[in-house]
Design a protein around this ligand. Structure first.
Ligand code: HEC
Length: 218
């Protein structure tokens, strides 16, 4: 059949396009359904503290993902710049995941520990104070805002419902953990937590948690 015949027949073109897309979908999606590594937490995956969880909420709320990805692709130049490529198991406790697709700013998947808390404070207040050519907006108000009582426990309960293994005891003391902390403190704690999981540093308790989720996660 000539390609021209297909192009001139809308119905046929539609049907064949659907077949091509479905085939692509099957090839990409079906193997992942049987691949445990994509829904099993990476060894040593860090369990976020209440403050870090609250900071993640600020990150989403302020739309940082519009300019920053958290997904290092396996291309040589990415790995050289940012570190080892991101693995699916690093994001299993991220709902919604923060991979992003837009990089006006650099990838943040491994930014934890690269700068001091003080650097982040100055940078978030007014990026131009530390990076003169930066076009990132400042977020000075975050230093003045705090969380309402009950707000952070609610975030943790919601995440727990979708499979993040927070301890009830941690949820119960979440309000106390974030008391007196600003939204900027929380955001900085979250940024500092973005690191490559360290399997050898995983305490026995965290390992036990991981086996628990690996069995129960969808
Ligand atoms: C309009 C786009 C834009 C938005 C929105 C944005 N950033 Fe940025 N960000 C940038 C750019 C560009 C840079 C690189 C220049 C600089 O360091 O300021 C950057 C740099 C950074 C860095 C330093 C990264 C590194 O490896 O040097 C951090 C951390 C950061 N941003 C965090 C955030 C957080 C947190 C938010 C949300 C509160 C945010 N950004 C929102 C554009 C943006």
């Amino acid at each position: 059949m000539k390609h021209e015949t297909i192009e001139k027949n809308v119905m046929l073109l539609g049907v064949l396009t659907a077949v091509a897309i479905s085939f692509g979908g099957l090839v990409e999606i079906v193997p992942l359904m049987n691949d445990k590594s994509v829904n099993t937490p990476s060894p040593g995956l860090h369990m976020r503290t209440a403050l870090e969880t609250a900071g993640r909420d600020v990150y989403i709320h302020e739309g940082c993902y519009n300019c920053h990805s958290q997904m290092i692709r396996s291309l040589a130049e990415e790995v050289l710049r940012y570190g080892p490529a991101s693995q699916a198991g690093e994001s299993v406790w991220d709902h919604p995941f923060q991979w992003g697709s837009k990089r006006t700013g650099p990838d943040l998947a491994r930014v934890g520990g690269h700068y001091s808390d003080e650097w982040h404070r100055i940078h978030l207040n007014n990026p131009r104070d530390v990076v003169p050519e930066s076009n990132m907006p400042g977020y000075p108000w975050l230093a003045k805002e705090q969380f309402e009582p009950g707000e952070v426990p609610a975030m943790m309960r919601a995440l727990k419902r979708v499979g993040v293994p927070y301890d009830d005891a941690d949820i119960a003391k979440a309000d106390a953990d974030v008391a007196g902390k600003s939204k900027m403190d929380a955001l900085i704690a979250f940024l500092q937590s973005l690191k490559l999981p360290k399997p050898e540093a995983a305490p026995a308790a965290a390992a036990a948690e991981q086996t628990k989720t690996a069995g129960g996660a969808p």
